[in-house]
Design a protein around this ligand. Structure first.
Ligand code: ADP
Length: 203
């Protein structure tokens, strides 16, 4: 049997993905995916951007998404009046191969008040999934919200992401076909490799 990541690569026509465990069967069920690569290349229904409160672009994945999408994206973002931490807004995707971009604003990790950071991060995943469902988007790829310059510890962020997505999928049945966690750095790959099987055991 082919690894699921390979099957999805064909289905979704994505371009430069590199699953670190190629040759191994990924540890997830058939509605959850884990890939390592550039989220801007994914021909899914929606990608989720780790944006900042201004929604006017920044570094990291936000910068990569704006560069790949072109000027149309920043022009639309200017009309949105920013976004609160823990919330999400949606735009068209312009030159990107996906259909829509969901912009969510993760917390800057506060190690004195980690529970506040967790509440905000849960809000990011939940509000992004709610927006996807409202817009009839079935396949959604998340970047690692807050796990870059916002400093959320990788394993903790991964557990929040998996738990929130699992709760949403349990409650919302078949409204979503697939949720894909997109990792970029080795630390995040390791976090998802160890955490995904706990939340999404293979079918
Ligand atoms: P934040 O400010 O929310 O921490 P960053 O953009 O700094 O956002 O990082 C979020 C995550 O996105 C990090 O895990 C980083 O490794 C990852 N990342 C950076 N560029 C890309 C990309 N092109 N595709 C997918 N993930 C990316």
């Amino acid at each position: 049997m082919l690894p699921l990541a390979w099957i999805w690569r064909v289905e979704l026509q994505w371009v430069t993905l590199d699953h670190p465990g190629r040759g191994r069967l990924p540890q997830h069920n058939d509605r959850i995916g884990l890939i390592r690569g550039d989220i801007t290349t994914l021909a899914v229904d929606a990608i989720v951007n780790a944006a900042n409160n201004s929604l006017l672009g920044g570094g990291g994945v936000d910068g990569a998404i704006h560069r790949a999408a072109g000027r149309g994206l920043i022009n639309e973002c200017r009309t949105l009046n920013g976004c609160d931490t823990g919330s999400a807004k949606i735009t068209d995707a312009y030159n990107l191969p996906c259909k829509k971009v969901i912009h969510t604003v993760g917390p800057v990790y506060d190690d004195l008040r980690p529970e506040r950071s967790e509440t905000a991060l849960r809000g990011c995943y939940r509000s992004s999934l709610e927006l996807a469902v409202q817009h009839g988007l079935k396949t959604i790829a998340f970047s690692g919200i807050s796990t870059g310059v916002y400093g959320y510890p990788s394993l903790d962020a991964c557990q929040v992401a998996c738990d929130t997505v699992k709760q949403f999928m349990d409650q919302n049945g078949k409204k979503l076909d697939k949720v894909i966690f997109v990792t970029f750095e080795a630390k995040d790959v390791r976090s998802y490799d160890s955490t995904l099987p706990l939340y999404f055991p293979p079918d």
